[in-house]
Design a protein around this ligand. Structure first.
Ligand SMILES: [Zn+2]
Ligand SMILES: [Zn+2]
Length: 311
């Protein structure tokens, strides 16, 4: 049996292959939009896995060809949401799959949906199927697709609306400060951290509860000062624009005592919002940190440290 006979008549797979090869056999905008919507809505792990593979393998085409802003952003949203909501995995899967063979990744999709047929056809081993069904592996692919799409997002689109991430950070009306700050602080050069801080920045512009002001500000400021030359330029630019808009002069009696040391910001906020403390935690002065002067000091410092170099 020839490998490429499997699956011979699957329209979804052949349409995806058309996009991957830059020779679409269907309306690619329609198809990708539907895949993004399905991924965002379906709780079925197999559907989510196959749709992450579909969007990952087509993300390079989308980055360079797709010029429908709403659909482009729905792809970023679906990948960000998948990254936020998929499980972690403790298993040690044998083997590693190449992420650059896009056609092969597309051909994996039916193997996820029907492992028996795939193994019977000799296309996929069980180890390989386990790897491509692994949530941690799929999150890596979602992050990579997000990176590609964010980096190439046409500047005329402006910045996407990241409110689609709200369910990942706000439950029953309460901001999960620890989840947000851990994410924003993780690897600032990576899309999950950038997207978390962009979400925090856009939330700051709205009518947010007072208790969110400090953690949102800390997430944005900390991420901004840690962006380097590899960040899509739109990310630091947008973070700076938001901070400019929310910056407020704050005259308080604490003066220089407000912490202008970026390394202390996330740790300070996490101390304040942690449900319990341990003996080796470094306590912070709560009155000082909850004073609006602290937010003003962080914003001032972040804007100064991230200012574009004069030419
Ligand atoms: Zn796994
Ligand atoms: Zn103060």
């Amino acid at each position: 049996m020839r490998l490429n006979q499997f699956p011979p008549a699957d329209g979804f797979v052949s349409n995806l292959l058309g996009i991957v090869n830059d020779y679409p056999t269907c309306d690619p905008v329609d198809l990708l939009g539907t895949v993004a919507d399905t991924l965002a809505e379906s709780p079925d792990p197999n559907v989510r896995a196959s749709h992450v593979l579909a969007l990952y393998s087509t993300s390079f085409w989308a980055a360079y060809r797709l010029r429908d802003q709403a659909v482009y952003d729905s792809l970023i949203a679906a990948m960000a949401l998948a990254d936020e909501t998929m499980d972690t995995c403790e298993e040690d899967h044998p083997g590693i799959a190449a992420l650059d063979d896009l056609e092969r990744i597309v051909r994996w999709i039916p193997a996820i949906e029907d492992p028996e047929v795939a193994t019977a056809a000799g296309l996929a081993g069980r180890d390989e199927i386990a790897l491509f069904s692994c949530p941690a592996w799929l999150r890596t692919m979602a992050q990579e697709a997000m990176r590609v799409l964010l980096a190439e997002r046409p500047t005329e689109f402006g910045m996407p609306d990241f409110s689609f991430l709200t369910p990942a950070y706000v439950a029953d009306g309460t901001l999960d400060v620890i989840a947000l700050t851990v994410n924003a602080d993780s690897f600032p050069e990576d899309p999950p951290s950038q997207v978390a801080s962009l979400w925090a920045a856009q939330r700051l512009l709205g009518d947010v509860p007072r208790r969110e002001l400090l953690p949102l500000t800390a997430a944005v400021c900390s991420s901004l000062v840690r962006q380097d030359a590899t960040a899509p330029p739109a990310v630091p630019t947008h973070l700076r624009e938001v901070l400019d808009r929310v910056a407020a002069d704050s005259a308080c009696a604490h003066g220089e005592r407000h912490d202008a040391e970026p390394d202390a910001w996330i740790a300070g906020v996490q101390y304040l919002y942690k449900p319990m403390h341990f003996d080796d935690d470094k306590p912070v002065d709560e009155a000082l940190w909850h004073c609006p002067g602290q937010r003003a000091a962080m914003i001032r410092t972040a804007l100064r440290l991230s200012a574009p170099l004069e030419r």
